[in-house]
Design a protein around this ligand. Structure first.
Ligand code: ADP
Ligand code: MG
Ligand code: ZN
Length: 609
């Protein structure tokens, strides 16, 4: 929350206080006395006597402290003025004053209006201090991200209450199961009486669970949009505050507002940020704030009246990390999976987003959907937008199929690197490497067909890229398919070795993927001599490539041996395939080197000759 980018702006408080104190002291010492005191002129004692005699003096007093005579007399211009003179031992002074008719007991004020002097010497500094204080506070607030320091107890949650989210279920493509589950909630929000009449209680909360970018936020908004109720949205990370207790205050405030606006939707995004399991051994005191916030959330959920029509939706991509207390009945007891879209889903999502752009007549969305297996809704939306941007760059007024195809690669494999300079030799090596993959894939019966091979570098760092696309969507992969995939991955380096007699660093990504795949086959899929034993467990259901060992160190060693053996076998098979097809390898690599990009059809044509 603190802006650390400009440290010179961050002088300590004491700095300002010292400056203010110095200013006020200086004012008191120099400015105020001269401002406040009337001018007093000093004259000689003899002059004083002469003026008394001539009747110019009207009033005289003795200032005991300074031992001076202060007197009032008319000056040359005929105006009264204050004068002073040193006291001189003079026994006849009293008689002389009486003779001149001078009042001599009265005190002559050397100061102006007492009210004014009070104002200046007391109120002005106070006003000054509070002004400085205000400025300081303002600066502090700015640094604390707009938090009001004086309002510790009150929430400043950025609660977004959109009267109309404007999103409907029609904007969410695919995800039919999730939509069906949410339609009941929409109905409840529209006709609460129907449910109250029969005595049915709808779940207070539903948890949308799925990988990032699958449309969880979009679905929550659509529920509010369909039911035409306000939508309160807050992200779990916004609850985590600098001060202990602030997060809990935000929760309280959120539910107070929601209760006032019922019926409505409260959407808590990234709920895992606050909803993590409590007491997960993270150390003492470290999680106080988060736990307080979570406890407050649980309390509020239990406390509010479900019949009023406040429905809480939450989203997470790590359901396994949530505190079980959140999932108990009466809380988020409904879990709605929001999965990555399948082939039909992807096409539908592409079409939803394509409505916003101007398409040419020769568009085949099925082809795009085919090429984007595993992409999320957010990535598909991005592909359509990238295609539109590319069309503009090319000076066209509509999006063509090639724009879409190109942006599939930009989004999925990184942007084309226009000015990467590869030497001829490097290009040659990359060509053979990529054709190696493609050829090994084509020569095995269980691998997906090659659709595109390119040696145009990507910003992702890849110098070449062989795209393989499955005919349909796969949820299950057989051992044979995995093995041929593994062999295909080793094909790149196998080709380098065969043709150039040495290998390059170009295969690092292949190696990583192959290792992971082989490991998974052994430790998780039961496809090795160990049989159906889970030797590793996956940590994150959705985010998780993350695995941890679940076996003894002795087994860990054996697993490593098996991984090495499995990848080694695959590599041998690739070597063999390439040796048997060396002529084709040369022919195809030369063709690719010349054209830089070839399609699957071109590839199959040359191969089939
Ligand atoms: P999540 O909350 O699951 O991470 P979002 O709802 O924020 O994902 O999705 C981000 C964007 O991706 C949406 O605004 C939308 O443009 C697009 N999107 C994601 N899923 C879909 C879908 N099923 N249908 C249409 N658009 C989608
Ligand atoms: Mg989201
Ligand atoms: Zn490779």
């Amino acid at each position: 929350m603190f802006d650390n980018s400009n440290p010179s702006n961050r002088k300590p408080l004491i700095y300002y206080i010292v400056i203010a104190a110095v200013i006020i002291l200086l004012m008191n010492a120099f400015l105020f006395p001269t401002l406040l005191a009337r001018q007093v002129t000093e004259v000689g004692y003899s002059d004083f006597l002469t003026w008394v005699d001539s009747g110019r003096v009207s009033q005289v007093s003795l200032d005991q402290q300074s031992d001076q005579i202060i007197f009032l007399a008319t000056n040359e211009d005929g105006q009264e003025q204050i004068y002073k003179t040193a006291v001189f031992p003079d026994d006849g002074l009293r008689a002389r004053l009486e003779a001149g008719g001078v009042k001599f007991s009265a005190q002559i004020p050397t100061q102006n209006n007492p009210l004014l002097s009070f104002l200046i010497s007391w109120l002005l500094p106070i006003a000054l201090f509070s002004l400085i204080g205000r400025v300081l506070m303002g600066q502090m607030n700015k640094r604390m991200g707009g938090m009001n320091v004086m309002n510790f107890g009150k929430s400043n949650a950025q609660i977004v209450a959109d009267k109309e989210t404007g999103v409907t279920f029609a904007d969410v493509a695919g995800e039919e199961e999730a939509k069906d589950a949410l339609k009941e909630i929409v109905d409840f929000l529209e006709h609460p009486d129907k449910y109250a009449g029969i005595g049915a209680k709808l779940p207070k909360g539903a948890l949308l669970v799925g990988p990032p970018g699958t449309g969880k936020t979009l679905l929550a908004k659509a529920v509010a949009g369909e039911a035409k109720v306000p939508f309160f949205s807050i992200s779990g990370s916004e609850f985590v505050e600098m001060f202990v207790g602030m997060g809990a205050a935000k929760v309280r405030d959120l539910f107070k507002q929601a209760n006032e606006k019922a019926p409505c939707i409260v959407f808590i995004d990234e709920i895992d940020t606050i909803g993590k399991k409590r007491d997960s051994g993270a150390g003492i005191g470290g999680n106080d704030e988060r736990e307080q916030t979570l406890n407050q959330l649980l309390t509020e959920m239990d406390g509010f009246d479900g019949k009023k029509g406040v429905v809480i939706l939450a989203a997470t991509n790590r359901p396994e990390s949530l505190d079980p207390a959140l999932l108990r009945p009466g809380r988020f007891d409904r879990r709605i999976p929001v999965e990555l879209p399948d082939l039909a889903g992807r096409e539908a999502i592409l079409n939803v987003h394509a409505k916003a752009v101007k398409l040419g007549s020769q568009i085949n969305m099925t082809e795009i959907a085919r090429a984007t297996s595993g992409a999320s809704g957010a990535e598909l939306a991005n592909i359509v937008n990238e295609a539109a941007l590319r069309a503009v760059r090319m000076g066209r007024s509509e999006v063509l199929q090639e724009d879409l195809m190109e942006s599939v690669e930009t989004v999925i494999a990184g942007y084309q690197r226009k000015n990467a300079v590869l030497s001829e030799m490097e290009k040659k090596i990359v060509s053979y490497h990529e054709i190696g993959h493609a050829l090994v894939a084509a020569m095995q019966s269980h691998s997906a067909p090659v659709t595109k091979i390119t040696i145009i570098p990507r910003t992702s760092g890849a110098l070449g890229y062989t795209m393989q696309v499955d005919e349909g969507d796969h949820y299950l992969m057989s051992r044979e398919e995995l093995l041929s995939k593994l062999t295909t991955l080793t094909g790149g380096q196998a080709a380098e070795q065969l043709i150039f007699g040495s290998i390059t660093t170009g295969a690092s990504n292949d190696i990583e993927k192959a290792t992971k795949l082989a490991r998974g086959m052994i430790t998780r899929y039961g496809m090795s001599e160990f049989g159906m034993v889970a030797l590793e467990t996956v940590n994150g259901q959705y985010l998780g490539q993350d695995t941890s060992l679940a076996c003894s160190p002795a087994y860990a060693e054996k697993i490593d041996d098996q991984v090495v053996a499995l990848v080694g076998q695959a590599r041998q098979k690739a070597d063999q395939i390439l040796r048997e097809n060396e002529a084709k390898l040369h022919e195809l690599a030369k063709y690719l080197l010349a054209k830089e990009t070839i399609t699957g059809e071109e590839f199959m044509q040359i191969l089939g000759q």
